[in-house]
Ligand binder design. Structure first.
Ligand code: MF3
Ligand code: CO
Length: 259
């Protein structure tokens, strides 16, 4: 989607607010990971997520965003992102991406994890591992003085050197008083381009990785994105602040647990 506003640099108190929303998102995703057992319906997870956010004084960030009808995105197996919660029951061997956003005091946090439901194939588990590592390769480049696409390049390099492919039609994004702010963050491309990274930027970095082709199609429901060849797909996301002391991952739990 075209975004044409300037980059919003955040004051420390604003990073703190984004941090509160982000911490809650992380805690909810970690709880959802425990709930995601064989036999559970993806709509049960959506209700669980919404109840948890509301109980903690937050609002779901995705519900109503461009007409999205749920709190949570649940993308199973070949579904890349934006899978709609439904009566579908999880089965042993599925991989499940959970994407969640929250608003606390007017500021957004956004994160995603992909989890194994029961035991999964060796290929599936390698896909999860490589996608999580690619996120952290990207985060390691989220340093003041680097260029934006240093993040993009690091993600692509890790993914492709492991024989997988990076989804190109969706990007990461700035985040703050809106879910999607400038800059857009592609997960591929040459390093050394885009704006210089500076303290006060807060970025949602979110590689989506397919086991087969990088091409994606959108289903009839107008939301669910699937890999064109129906190969498995994984997604990990963190909300990250660029500080004087390097990248600070905001989507971690109170006790410091992340992914
Ligand atoms: N993490 C995704 C994003 O940043 C989730 C958006 S889902 C939507 O774009 F429903 F809100 F669009
Ligand atoms: Co996002």
């Amino acid at each position: 989607m075209p975004l044409r506003s300037p980059i919003e640099y955040k004051a420390l108190w604003e990073v703190d607010r984004i941090g509160r929303a982000s911490r809650l998102v992380a805690e909810a995703l970690l709880a959802l990971r425990e709930e995601s057992q064989p036999g559970v319906r993806t709509e049960d997870l959506d209700r669980f997520a919404e109840a948890l956010l509301v109980r903690r004084g937050a609002r779901p960030a995705f519900k109503g965003y461009r007409g999205y009808p749920f709190t949570l995105c649940t993308s199973v197996n070949e579904e890349v992102v934006h899978g709609l919660p439904s009566e579908r029951r999880l089965q042993k061997g599925d991989i499940l991406s959970l994407d969640l956003g929250a608003i606390v005091d007017g500021y957004y946090g956004d994160a995603a994890i992909t989890i194994a439901v029961g035991e999964v194939s060796p290929e599936a588990s390698r896909l999860l591992q490589v996608t999580r590592e690619a996120l952290h390769c990207g985060i390691a480049q989220a340093v003041a003085g680097h260029y934006l696409t240093d993040i993009s390049h690091a993600v692509q390099r890790h993914v492709e050197s492991n024989g997988f492919s990076v989804v190109r039609i969706f990007v990461g994004h700035g985040i703050g008083k809106a879910l999607h702010e400038e800059p857009q963050i592609p997960n591929f491309g040459p390093q050394g381009h885009g704006p210089l990274l500076k303290p006060g930027m807060v970025l949602a970095i979110e590689p989506m990785v397919n086991a087969g082709t990088h091409e994606v199609i959108i289903l009839e429901d107008r939301w669910t994105a699937v890999s064109q060849d129906r190969s498995l797909s994984a997604h990990f996301e963190h909300t990250v602040a660029i500080t004087e002391n390097g990248p600070e991952i905001l989507t971690i739990s109170e006790s410091g647990e992340g992914w």
